[in-house]
Design a protein around this ligand. Structure first.
Ligand SMILES: Nc1nc2c(c(=O)[nH]1)N[C@@H](CN(C=O)c1ccc(C(=O)N[C@@H](CCC(=O)O)C(=O)O)cc1)CN2
Length: 293
């Protein structure tokens, strides 16, 4: 059987979003007299992380933002990294701070995230921002789930009343994704490694978000016909990038599906720019219309 699902082109959507952010960045710079600034910290030489940090720098510059890159050696101590975060918190040219994850084993990620000023936490990982999201207050939302939500709303319009299953309960994707879908009035199930009869749970869903980190795990016979499937997985198998969704079998049943690569991944960086622009407006006291982005 051939593929019937529409392909959700995250790469094209992200490019459109980045163009809009570049326009708004120029407006901000004209009003505030400075560009929004993003500081990105990379510790060590993980090759994938180095690629992501380079892409973030390029995206920032293309949008007209100031990019401050800090590359630290793999044996950097937690105290040294905390000191850098403290310096960036106090720097008025820095609107957003992002510490690229994962960090080397000698550094406690949670300790570093907690040290970032919540109002510069453009990754949305700080417990204060997690709490703001959970309680419906304004704050920064993690980039990958917010990018998934934008793709879903662009495809489906209102999500109200839809059944959504999020597979994975990480602090970075699964939990914030569930909170965002709940806010959109979906009926949300968070499934994970202990979920009984996962295929049966997924089969109920109008929306499936797979963020579990296991290559090709979600199969076509788990999917309700016509469902929208968002694949957050980035797994390298035999040098090839594959998602958590078995694309070939799922695309025969789903109504729409994100590819890997070219689906959710590019949205992560576009939303990072969006969060940095929002942070700059708040820090400079410059208004940004709620529906501007
Ligand atoms: N501090 C953070 N660390 C990490 C985050 C994050 O949001 N904040 N997310 C991931 C990595 N990540 C950004 O940092 C990221 C992952 C993937 C992509 C992307 O565009 N992927 C492309 C494929 C790229 C490739 O060929 O390797 C795609 O899916 O099309 C962008 C950013 C972990 N760490």
């Amino acid at each position: 059987m051939t593929s019937t699902a529409s392909i959700i082109d995250g790469k094209a959507f992200a490019l459109g979003l980045r163009a809009r952010i570049a326009e708004l960045t120029a407006d901000f710079a004209a009003e505030a007299g400075r560009a929004p600034g993003l500081a990105v910290v990379l510790v060590g030489e993980d090759p994938a992380s180095a690629v992501y940090v380079r892409s973030k720098h390029k995206a920032c510059v293309e949008a007209g933002m100031a990019s401050f890159e800090h590359r630290l050696p793999a044996d950097t101590s937690q105290v040294e990294l905390l000191a850098l975060v403290g310096t960036l918190n106090a720097d008025d040219a820095v609107d957003g701070i992002l510490v690229q994850l994962p960090l080397p084993a000698q550094i406690d990620e949670n300790r570093i995230i907690a040290a970032i000023d919540p109002d510069k936490d453009v990754d949305g990982f700080h417990p204060v921002n997690a709490g703001r999201l959970a309680t419906g207050l304004d704050g920064f939302v993690p980039c990958t789930p917010l990018g998934c939500l934008m793709l879903l709303k662009n495809r489906l319009g209102s999500l109200s009343g839809l059944d959504a299953v999020v597979i994975g309960r990480s602090n970075i994707v699964g939990k914030p994704m569930a909170a965002l879908l709940t806010k959109e009035s979906c009926t949300v199930t968070v499934a994970h490694s202990r979920t009984r009869d996962l295929p049966a749970v997924v089969r109920r869903a109008d929306i499936v978000v797979a963020a579990v980190g296991r290559a090709d795990m979600v199969k076509g016979d788990w999917i309700k016909p016509g469902a929208t499937v968002i694949d957050v997985g980035i797994n390298r198998v035999d040098g090839k990038l594959v998602g958590d969704v078995d694309f070939a079998s799922v695309a025969r049943v789903a109504g729409a599906i994100t590819p890997v690569p070219g689906g959710v991944g590019p949205m992560t960086i576009a939303v990072l720019l969006r969060n940095t622009l929002v942070a700059a407006h708040r820090n400079a006291g410059v208004a940004l219309a709620p529906d501007a982005i």
